[in-house]
Design a binder for this molecule. Structure first.
Ligand code: TXA
Ligand code: MG
Length: 319
């Protein structure tokens, strides 16, 4: 361990053994994924799952995603259909989550799926978490490693700042490559995106060879976690801003205000994938610098821009 945080560890065989032992015992650990850092616990154990909800201050009606090493390991928990097989082959391991019908014989703790008849499954790509998943005989319930409503962590220190010493192990897997949470897609009926992510609607349509419905139907919310304010940096955020008002932090695309105080670029090249990967990092940085408000420029609503707009729109909600 070469850092000043006593519970942030570099990955090696010894820390892997210790992590696995902790997980078996029902303890919670901070783990890197390619999207954001997660708060991982044994999905079979009620002790672990209850602890996750408590640490996050998460409402019990908001279910958790179950993480597996591969699709074979999920067959006792969910009904595998044709669409999941196709999407798995194309995108997994990777930044996408599938909602599937739960099997009655599943051993997943009922708090994980909030007593719904579905379970969300995901196969994260980060090599550290894959090594851990490969070596355990239970899946991991793993929400983003932030307190409910906060911005997701993309660095180990972000996790530390959320939970301090309340968790014994945070594994340092570097900065998360994708930087925003996985695309969530409901595959229990006609496929529908519940949470946009870096894997776009377009890419999913192309792979499944069908058209997905255009708008998330807000009247009937199928993903309870998508309710209300979310991803908030803790200070007011206004979006679609054209004019800088002179004292706030201003988030934009490009390099027009390079080296100018108070201006933060999501991507110098205006690349939306890069912008998505920098979003949470920059929101946290601005909060830390003590700004009282954040203005964000209009972000093109295409490709990864759709996911960025989803998150900043939620961040801008006061309730
Ligand atoms: O990238 C990610 O998905 C990260 C990393 C750590 O894997 N995890 C993550 O988990 O974002 P969380 O708990 O922050 O968000 C999970 C989302 C929530 O919106 C939740 O409501 C939804 O998935 N969800 C979980 N189970 C569901 C289910 N059975 N039906 C509908 N939505 C579900
Ligand atoms: Mg979350």
């Amino acid at each position: 361990m070469k850092n000043s945080y006593s519970n942030i560890f570099h990955f090696n065989k010894k820390i892997m053994r210790k992590t696995i032992k902790n997980l078996k015992n029902g303890d919670i650990v901070g783990l890197p994924t390619e999207t954001v850092y997660g708060l991982g616990g044994n999905a079979y154990k009620s002790k672990s799952v209850k602890r996750i909800f408590k640490l996050k201050g998460r409402p019990i009606f908001n279910p958790l995603i179950v993480h597996y090493y591969n699709l074979d390991r999920a067959i006792n928990d969910v009904e595998i259909n044709k669409n999941v097989k196709i999407l798995y082959k194309k995108f997994c391991p990777g930044p996408v989550t599938f909602i599937l019908k739960r099997k009655l014989k599943s051993k997943i703790n009922p708090y994980v799926y909030a007593k719904l008849d579905t379970i969300a499954i995901r196969f994260p790509k980060h090599k550290i978490t894959r090594a851990i998943l490969r070596n355990i005989n239970f899946p991991l319930a793993m929400p983003s490693a932030n307190k409910s409503f906060n911005v997701s962590p993309v660095n180990p220190i972000d996790v530390y700042e959320e939970f301090n010493k309340k968790i014994n192990i945070i594994i340092d897997g570097g900065k998360c490559r994708v930087g925003i949470e996985s695309t969530v897609i409901d595959l229990t009926r006609t496929p529908k995106i519940l949470r946009p992510g870096i894997i776009s609607k377009n890419a999913i349509e192309k792979t499944l060879k069908l058209k997905l419905k255009n708008k998330i139907n807000n009247k009937k919310i199928r993903s309870p976690g998508m309710l209300g304010r979310h991803y908030s940096p803790g200070i007011p955020v206004t979006i679609n801003q054209k004019k800088y008002d002179g004292k706030n932090a201003f988030i934009y695309l490009g390099c027009r205000y390079k080296n100018k105080k108070n201006f933060f670029s999501l991507s110098k090249k205006k690349n939306l994938t890069e912008a998505a990967s920098n979003l949470y990092k920059i929101l946290r940085k601005i909060k830390k610098k003590g700004y009282k408000k954040i203005q964000i420029t209009k972000i093109p609503n295409i490709g990864p821009g759709i996911a960025i707009n989803d998150r900043i729109k939620r961040a801008s909600k006061s309730k």
